[in-house]
Design a protein around this ligand. Structure first.
Ligand SMILES: CC(C)(COP(=O)(O)OP(=O)(O)OC[C@H]1O[C@@H](n2cnc3c(N)ncnc32)[C@H](O)[C@@H]1OP(=O)(O)O)[C@@H](O)C(=O)NCCC(=O)NCCS
Length: 315
């Protein structure tokens, strides 16, 4: 065995996609995904996409990211780094190739002044929140053997929408909120001046970016696969919910107005809109255990469990 680790080159594309799909079996990609979500990410540099090669064959890879451009006012996050994907060919495991790739990747993070590395919550272009605890259990053993720790365990959920009906209690709740001056309806252009600062202020720049992505489509070329709802009280935005195709969320309510049912109405109304558009299931990639209870009431069940992994580095 004569394995070397080197940066990715453009000509590796086909081999890398094959390796990715053979190793990250539950998160396959194609060339379009690699190009748009990896190679064209402004924070991508081939120096941090390392491949392990043996006799001209790619046998392992690790995709690391650090910010070269700021995420709006979230900035450059100069102490942080992320790994969003990695794998070793199934026929080449337990030969130290994963360890070799990680040793080199960590050296690069240290040289770039990084102190805290996480798998895999990099915005905007993460693939999964963390290591899938069921699909990739060996990766957890691997990371733990290298000193990584679990920091949280988000879940991904899914709901069947075939036959979905708006429950009478939601309709009543909606009427009660309307009597209190809170309306839940489709977004209009007139909402934008209040909506965008609301999202940035209450939910941060990543949610802003995600909402902006859908709204650019909605108010630009137009998109009939998107539903974007707002909850308004007079002139004030107090909540919102977004969806595109089968992917639901995120949605959020002003912290000052929580526990009054606004979130529940946003969620159920959005699911009803989705079914009316012809989408027969809804899913999302990431929530914590508490919000999961609300989703369960709308018919969602857990489909994947992830461990967000962290490694602290010293210079
Ligand atoms: C995780 C993965 C990259 C490990 O690659 P690898 O080349 O087999 O790992 P190494 O040989 O360098 O292992 C280093 C150490 O990790 C631990 N380890 C690795 N695989 C393990 C397993 N299946 N069970 C228990 N411990 C394991 C061991 O301590 C090992 O050292 P040892 O062999 O001397 O005991 C590989 O299993 C893989 O590609 N999995 C599928 C892809 C994946 O899960 N990606 C993560 C998506 S977020």
């Amino acid at each position: 065995m004569n394995v070397t680790v080197r940066p990715f080159r453009g000509a590796d594309e086909t081999a890398l996609i094959q390796l990715w799909n053979a190793s990250m079996t539950h998160d396959p990609i194609n060339a379009a995904v690699l190009r748009t979500r990896v190679l064209l990410d402004p924070n991508f540099t081939s120096r941090n996409l390392l491949v392990a090669e043996d006799a001209g064959e790619l046998v392992g890879f690790v995709l690391g990211l650090i910010r070269q451009v700021p995420l709006f006012l979230q900035g450059l996050e100069p102490e942080r780094g992320w790994i969003t994907a990695f794998g070793v060919h199934p026929g080449r495991r337990r030969q130290g190739i994963g360890r070799m790739l990680f040793v080199e990747m960590m050296a690069r993070f240290i040289a770039a002044g990084r102190r805290q590395i996480e798998i895999a919550p990099y915005t905007p272009n993460y693939f999964i929140p963390g290591v899938d605890m069921d699909a990739y259990a060996p990766a957890l053993y691997f990371l733990e053997s290298l000193g990584w720790q679990r920091v949280s365990t988000p879940i991904s959920m899914r709901a069947e929408l075939t036959g979905f009906q708006l429950p009478a209690e939601i309709v009543e709740l909606e009427q009660k909120l309307a009597a209190q001056g809170v309306d839940i309806r489709l977004v209009t252009a007139a909402d934008l001046p209040a909506l965008m600062p609301f999202i940035a202020d209450k939910f941060g720049w990543d949610w802003y970016r995600f909402a902006q992505e859908y709204l650019l489509m909605l108010f630009g070329p137009g998109a009939d696969d998107i539903c974007f709802l707002v909850a308004v009280q007079g002139e004030r935005i107090v909540g919102y919910c977004q969806q595109r195709r089968e992917r639901f969320g995120p949605f959020g309510v002003d912290p000052a107005l929580r526990s009054q049912g606004i979130g529940r109405v946003l969620l159920f109304r959005c699911l009803a809109e989705m079914l009316a558009k012809g989408f027969h299931c809804a899913w999302f990639l990431w929530t914590g255990r508490n919000a999961a209870r609300l989703y369960e009431r709308a018919g969602f069940h857990t489909v994947r469990r992830f461990a967000v992994m962290r490694r602290e580095l010293r210079a």
